[in-house]
Design a binder for this molecule. Structure first.
Ligand code: GDP
Length: 537
């Protein structure tokens, strides 16, 4: 995001298109502990955004703990909040949207994935395709997002590279097309064979891995002399891959049919420069978006952006609220007035920031693909479109399928108003989903979550922020389907099920388990039971 003198005109046309073409907006998906924070830091280090690793996502015990905004995060050492990191490399601008690492925060993660054009799928070399990776992959698959696969921790004993590729192919249905191939087995990572040039990049360690690894480039003959059998094996395997159709193909990558693969040891910065270069070269730039009616809005149309995430309390010093919006078309300029599509209200975008760890910078200019943080835009909600010029609304950001349900009970009955306001705020942020059950009435709102940790976050924030402590009484449901509200009475009358209404008015049928659901379906074939995430069946 370039600084521009205040008061200049909003840029138009060719400048917008050129700036958009330089953008790569992506997220890293992985199972906790695969090394996402480490890789993010290492990418920032390579893009010279930081001088020493440990500054961006440092966890307890590492330098500069800056992503741990909230008390709970600090206590647990997990990253609940998420930040956007902007990296500049080789004339491109990479917007790396951090996705919360804990499985309970998939709701949030899901929203982040609605705002990216590509994803890095990070796989631990010893553990392969773990559960959370699979879940997140499904979300990317649903949106047909191009995926770059990174196999990390090659410095530690792990599985065979070809075996890992088999598993990736089997689980994802994508053809793996390695861009480079490790020289040395897992646990003996010497360097990589660049499959495009055939050359060797040998890595050397720097103390603690806190600064760039040394890279020595060699032609195949020199590589054979330096590494002997390890080089020969890498060459043979690379040739085998070529014979099996494992060479990179841009069209199938962009069409979500193949995935380029790279090998890293992020903790010592091995292979990270290659990942950065691949993302700059291969990840797709923002395209002209489709609106809710399926019409295209040109990239150089007037400014439009969609809010994909709202977060409170990111800065403990002032309890503020940040709404993150991804720019879809046109140029952003600080101070511009936009219309908020849901309410039709005008909004002056004066207080707009980028977030880099806990460091914030005021944004003057931003372009399609960039993410801006709107400070204290109190009425803005997830999914809202902001625009100038011809009115536009982008398709809603789908809600994740909850798996836990409970009744929120106020512990302090004199704070009824704060209780209601607090729950509504947490619903708008996606901390929990707030639902209304006609059977139970207003006094007993139902709260739903993907994982139980969300309940702890909700209880903590209700007590600390809204002064309305609550208790969540679990409900015995684990299956949920969308239904037409016409069928609500039929579902409600069935033993072992219940109907609740989401804050957007959607009716949901809750069932105790899969067997209850199946038996209801047999008895009432006329009731259509749809997956909560549209198209996710
Ligand atoms: P996250 O939960 O995915 O963000 O994982 P972290 O980045 O916090 O890494 C989890 C653990 O794995 C930490 O102890 C890291 O130091 C370690 N780690 C990350 N990358 C590597 C790697 O390439 N090699 C080795 N040996 N350890 C790694």
């Amino acid at each position: 995001m370039s600084a521009a003198p205040v008061g200049t005109e909003v840029p138009v046309g060719p400048e917008v298109v050129a700036e958009a073409a330089r953008r790569r907006t992506l997220a890293i998906i992985s199972h906790p502990d695969a090394g996402k924070s480490t890789l993010t830091e290492a990418l920032a280090l390579h893009a010279r955004a930081i001088r020493q690793a440990g500054h961006v996502h440092g966890k307890a015990g590492r330098a500069g703990v800056v992503s741990d905004w909230q008390d709970m995060e600090r206590q647990r050492g997990i990253s609940i909040s998420s930040a956007v990191l902007q990296l500049h490399h080789d004339g491109r601008v990479l917007n790396v949207l951090d996705t919360p690492g804990h499985s309970d925060f998939s709701e949030d993660t899901y929203r982040v994935l609605a705002a990216v054009d590509a994803a890095v799928m990070l796989v631990d070399a010893a553990n392969g395709m773990e559960q959370q990776t699979r879940k997140l992959f499904e979300v990317c698959h649903h949106r047909r997002i191009p995926i770059v696969t990174v196999i990390n921790k090659w410095d530690r004993p792990g599985r065979e590279a070809l075996e890992l590729l088999d598993e990736i192919a089997e689980v994802t249905g994508l053809q793996p097309t390695p861009l480079n191939w490790p020289v040395g087995i897992a646990g003996d990572f010497r360097g990589v064979l660049d499959r495009r040039t055939g050359d060797y990049a040998r890595f050397t360690r720097t103390p603690g891995g806190a600064s760039l690894a040394g890279v020595e480039r060699m032609d195949p003959a020199a590589a054979a002399r330096a590494e002997g059998d390890a080089w020969v094996q890498a060459q043979e395997e690379s040739e085998l891959l070529a014979a099996l159709g494992g060479d990179f193909d841009r069209e199938s990558f962009l069409g979500h049919r193949s995935t380029p693969v790279l090998f890293t040891a992020a903790v010592v910065n091995f292979g990270v420069g290659e990942v950065l270069q691949a993302l700059a070269d291969l990840a797709p730039p923002p395209l002209a978006p489709l609106d809710a009616q399926g019409r295209e809005r040109a990239l150089d149309a007037p400014f439009s952006a969609q809010v994909f995430k709202v977060q409170s309390g990111m800065n403990p010093a002032h309890r503020d609220r940040l709404a993150f919006a991804r720019i879809r078309t046109g140029a952003f300029q600080r101070g511009m007035t936009v219309t908020e599509s849901r309410t039709g209200r005008p909004l002056v975008l004066k207080h707009v920031q980028t977030v880099f760890g806990s460091d914030r910078q005021t944004v003057e200019h931003a372009w399609p693909g960039d993410v801006i943080g709107l400070v204290n835009a109190a009425h803005v909600r997830v999914g809202d479109t902001l625009f100038q010029g011809p009115a536009v609304t982008f398709p809603p950001i789908p809600a994740f399928t909850p798996e836990h349900f409970g009744i929120a009970q106020a512990l302090d009955l004199s704070h009824g108003k704060q209780f209601r306001q607090g729950l509504a705020a947490l619903d708008a942020e996606g901390v929990v989903q707030l639902m209304h059950s006609e059977r139970r009435g207003q006094g007993e709102p139902v709260v739903a979550a993907v994982g139980p940790l969300q309940y702890e976050v909700a209880a903590h924030r209700m007590a600390q922020e809204f002064r309305a402590p609550l208790r969540i009484e679990p409900l015995p449901y684990s299956e949920v389907r969308r239904i037409d509200a016409r069928h609500a009475a039929v579902v409600d009358a069935d033993r072992g099920s219940e109907v609740v209404f989401r804050s957007d008015g959607q009716a949901l049928a809750l069932f105790a388990d899969r067997w209850r659901l199946a038996s209801f379906q047999r008895l009432h074939p006329e009731v259509e039971l749809l997956p909560v995430m549209a198209g996710a069946d």
